[in-house]
Design a protein around this ligand. Structure first.
Ligand code: SF4
Ligand code: SF4
Length: 132
């Protein structure tokens, strides 16, 4: 009993053994595969990332099919400001294999070691890419 009282007092006065998440977050390891970041200003819309992705998490949307179908363009094109297409990324399909980053010779894709925040729905990331 006296030994137990000592333990109880020590536990009451010591710091918690676990982290007070989310108030105290752990810094991820430097090489952790947290999320893929996309810099639209560097993208040349070459399609290499889409081709190498084994999970089909990336697609490049030119809107041409909509245009051919007569349903209007998904992108904005043909005006004096140039052409805008879209890179569509599904982070919930991504397996963080890094193949797209290795394939992108323009440096538009980088790896960040911070993980995605929890989400309520599986929203796709739709990024505008100005072609010219
Ligand atoms: S992100 Fe890189 S690999 Fe993908 S389309 Fe843009 S330039 Fe090409
Ligand atoms: S990290 Fe791999 S799975 Fe994720 S988008 Fe890039 S190629 Fe696809």
């Amino acid at each position: 009993m006296p030994r137990m009282c000592g333990n109880v007092i020590r536990n009451l006065l010591s710091k918690p053994a676990t982290r007070l998440y989310p108030a105290v977050k752990r810094e991820p390891p430097e090489r952790a595969r947290g999320q893929i970041l996309f810099d639209a200003s560097r993208c040349e819309f070459c399609g290499d990332c889409e081709r190498v992705c084994p999970a089909h998490a990336i697609s490049l949307d030119t809107g041409w099919q909509d245009w051919l179908d007569g349903a209007g363009a998904a992108g904005e094109r043909g005006n004096e400001e140039g052409v805008t297409w879209f890179r569509v990324y599904n982070p919930f399909r991504c397996i963080f294999c890094n193949l797209c980053i290795e394939a992108c010779v323009y440096g538009a894709l980088t790896l960040d070691n911070h993980h995605l925040t929890p989400a309520y729905d599986k929203t796709l990331e739709r990024s505008r890419v100005q072609i010219w």
